[in-house]
Structure formats: C-alpha cells, structure tokens
Design a protein around this ligand. Structure first.
Ligand SMILES: Cc1cc2nc3c(=O)[nH]c(=O)nc-3n(C[C@H](O)[C@H](O)[C@H](O)COP(=O)(O)OP(=O)(O)OC[C@H]3O[C@@H](n4cnc5c(N)ncnc54)[C@H](O)[C@@H]3O)c2cc1C
Length: 424
C-alpha cells in the first residue's frame, strides 16, 4: 500500500505556489489552507477585501485533502439530542445551517466550474445492530414531526438496493447529502480565491503573532511577515502552538483511510448502486464510498501508539472485506491518515477572541460540509455583516482541562469516547 492520500494522488493538476518572503500587507491574514481558510478568503475577496492565506505545508495537507469526501447533513450528535441539549429552535437553526452548507458548496462549485465531481447522491447511515433500526426510526419520527424534515428508514430486506452487503441490518437514507473529490475542491477553491485577487502562500508556517500599532496584527513566518487589520486562525486539528487558547480547545482524533486499486465498473457500481456516502452506527465507525475513478475509499478510526501503522491499515482492509467480501481479491493501493477536530461539546465553534483573533474549528467529522459555510460566516463576522447570531458562536474558549494533567493522546481519546458514549 502506498502511504499517500488517494485524493492527492488522483487530483487535477496542482499548480506550485511560492512561500512567503519579505513584508506584505493586506486587510485579512488567514492562517490555514484547508476548506475553512480558503472559503474565508473566497468570501472576503468577493467583497474586495484583500486577503492573504498562509499554509504551513501544501494546500489540503491537513484534513481537507485527506477526508472521506462525504458532505453530510446534520452533525455527529443526533438532531433529537441537539434539540434536548440546545432547545428545538436552536436545533432547527443548526439543521438548516447544515443543509445550507451543502447548497453553498454546490453553488461555489458550479459558479467557479470547480471540477470536483460533486454529486448529490445522498447518504446511507447503516445500522450495525438490529436494535439500531429502532433508534433510527425514532429519530426519523422526530425529524419529521419537529423539524419537518424527511429521511427514509429501510429494513434489512430492502438494503440490497442500497448496498450489496449482508453486514448491516437496515439504515437511514438522506437524499440531501453529497459526495465530492475533496482535494479537487481544495484546488478549485484556491484558484477561485486567486482569480478574485487573493494571495496564497504554501510552505509558510505562521510562527508568531505580534500586536502592531493602529490595532494591526503582524504574522511572522520563517522568511517573511504579513501586516493585516484582521487575523483568522483556522488550523483546526492541525493547530500547533501559534495560539494556545485555540489549540487547547481542540481535540484532534486520528482517522485512517484506505482506497482500493481501480475496480471493474460493473463491480463497483453494484456495491453501492446509488453512489451514496455510507457511514455506520458502529462504535468505531466505518465510512466509505465509491470514488470518481471507481475505487472503494474506506475509512475508520485508529491510532497506533507504537508508531507501526501497517497493522491498522491491514485491519481496516479486513473490515472492508467483511463488509464487501467481493473486494477480498482486490488490493488496497493507498493508505493514509489525518486528524479530525472535535470540541468539548462535539459541535463546531466559530467566533472572535478578546485579542481580536477570529476562529472556526471542531466540525467533528462533518467539516466537509460545515467548513465552507463557516468560512462564509467568518467573512461576514469580519465585515460585521451579521451579529454573530448563529448557534455555534463562541467568544470564550475554555481549554480542555486534562491538557496539562495527562499524556496528551490517551487523555484525548478517553475524553472523546466519554463524550461519544454520552451522546450515543
Ligand atoms: C481521514 C479523515 C476523514 C474525514 N472524513 C470526513 C468526511 O467524510 N466528511 C466530513 O464532513 N468530514 C470528514 N473529515 C473532517 C474534515 O476533513 C474536516 O472537518 C475539514 O477538512 C476541516 O477543514 P479545516 O480547513 O478547518 O482544517 P484543515 O483542512 O485541517 O486545515 C488546517 C490547515 O492549517 C494548516 N496549519 C496548521 N498550523 C499552521 C500554521 N501555524 N501556519 C500555517 N498553516 C497552518 C495545516 O497545515 C492545515 O492545512 C475527515 C477528516 C479526516 C482526517
């Protein structure tokens, strides 16, 4: 298996971008070249706000270029649970935002002719245990009654029309979800930013924030500096020490993926005939889909404490073969991993800190959808076009308490499963 994101290996042509050197000035400096940062720059440039994006590695080298490409409705927590936690009106607003986020990606892709294979083919949330069907039905009722939102729950006997596998016991279909080639979306969004006059520097790690006179901010990189009126930090699960308040509020959780070699067209289209994004109710979930070039891209949870990742990918391949026995004889050609950002509430956060820094992060596995919308909202916040009145707005980030107390990884995983157990 090649240790490389299949999305990067199969992407459209990528142009080289230089790193920052010397002194630059702009209205807004955005740190982080993933979906959130590029979307922020895109929406600012649309209003002629001069924006510079600084990316530590190459564009999409964080989660945005290495995810499952599943643009899903909703959040990691169910809408019925969110209604209990946050109140029905707020939960309704949240659901609407998740639907808006998918529309926004579709619109941006169309308007800018981004060749990212966007396909609104819906998702299948597959039931790992027979009892999970009851829960999916209850959720379906709540969605219809309280949210006026329709999904379809199907039993095991009807599952073959959706997925050629005996592994699951039914599932829930939502026609509003979509899939895309995430790396191509990154590349297309970046080019759109540049067409609008924005500037992007790769291999340009922001290493220091300096407060400058006239309420300006200076961001230093190894070979340059940017002076700007506003600072946006959107480094999500890849946050280092640049801004401790932000990085200490994010829980990075490793997720791993494999992709098969290219499969015969008839086989791959028989496995997921409607091209759904599929994810399941298993505690350590699987998520998978067909790719535009006829592979199976299959993801799961996993982190190697020993540093030897080969057994993890092998186990994931075995998992894929259990779901789809017909794939046993095909090789996994690519394997890769990445970090998913969580918050202590398992909901995204967006806002502005007292020191003026704008941030958005923590999409908990739903960032393929929400991050583009968050970029738009960050741009609106900077332009004071909204009143910060969205349910994810936070201005008082509180650090995750165990950061200073325990070994980082073990502490994070314990916290993650504690929260996950609490909400599932
Ligand atoms: C394996 C995997 C599978 C996933 N599958 C799905 C899925 O199917 N559906 C879904 O909705 N979500 C999925 N996600 C999550 C989704 O990819 C993220 O929510 C989303 O990409 C977050 O985008 P972002 O721009 O906020 O962060 P990122 O894309 O992580 O971007 C942050 C960037 O900041 C850069 N950076 C960090 N520090 C600095 C610095 N000091 N200076 C400059 N740059 C810096 C990093 O290099 C990185 O490129 C998955 C994630 C992973 C890892």
């Amino acid at each position: 298996m090649k240790q490389l994101s299949m999305w990067e290996a199969t992407s459209n042509e990528k142009k080289q971008r230089s790193s920052l050197s010397g002194n630059k000035e702009c209205d807004v400096v955005v740190v982080g070249g993933g979906f959130t940062g590029l979307s922020t720059a895109y929406h600012l440039q649309k209003k002629n706000i001069k924006t510079i994006v600084l990316e530590k590695g190459s564009l999409g080298s964080g989660a945005s270029g290495r995810n499952g490409g599943q643009i899903l409705t909703g959040f990691i927590d169910s809408m019925s649970s969110l209604a209990k936690r946050k109140g029905l009106d707020t939960a309704r607003q949240m659901l609407q935002m998740s639907l808006d986020s998918i529309d926004l990606i579709e619109r941006i892709s169309k308007e800018n002719e981004i060749a990212c294979s966007f396909n609104r083919s819906g998702h299948l949330y597959a039931a790992y245990k027979p009892t999970h069907i009851d829960w999916l039905k209850e959720e379906q009722e709540v969605l219809e009654r309280d949210f006026n939102y329709k999904v379809q729950v199907i039993e095991k006997k009807d599952l073959q029309a959706e997925i050629k596998s005996d592994f699951y016991h039914g599932g829930c279909i939502d026609e509003n979800s979509a899939i895309y080639h995430p790396f191509n979306y990154v590349l297309g969004l970046a080019e759109s930013v540049e067409k609008l006059g924005g500037t992007i520097y790769e291999n340009s790690e922001a290493t220091q924030i300096i407060k400058a006179p006239n309420r300006k901010v200076i961001i230093e990189t190894p070979e340059g500096r940017v002076t700007a009126d506003h600072l946006v930090i959107v480094t999500n699960a890849y946050s280092g020490n640049l801004h401790k308040t932000i990085s200490r509020s994010i829980i990075p959780v490793e997720s791993i993926m494999i992709a098969t070699e290219q499969l015969p067209e008839e086989l791959v289209s028989s496995l997921i005939p409607k091209d759904r994004a599929v994810y399941d109710t298993k505690h350590m979930l699987y998520y998978f889909r067909r790719t535009p070039d006829n592979r199976m891209a299959f993801g799961g949870s996993g982190r190697s404490l020993s540093g030897d990742t080969a057994p993890l990918y092998q186990k994931l391949k075995e998992g894929m073969d259990t779901v789809f026995p017909e794939l046993k004889k095909y090789k996994a050609e690519f394997c890769w991993s990445g970090k998913v950002g969580f918050t202590r509430e398992m909901l995204p956060y967006i806002g502005q800190l007292e020191d003026g820094t704008h941030f958005a992060f923590g999409y908990a596995g739903h960032g393929a959808a929400m991050s583009t919308l968050m970029g738009n909202l960050l741009a609106e916040n900077i332009l004071s076009e909204n009143n910060g009145k969205n349910p994810f707005e936070k201005n008082d980030l509180r650090p995750i308490p165990f950061y200073s107390q325990h070994g980082k990884v073990v502490g994070l995983m314990k916290y993650y499963f504690k929260v996950k157990d609490a909400i599932s």
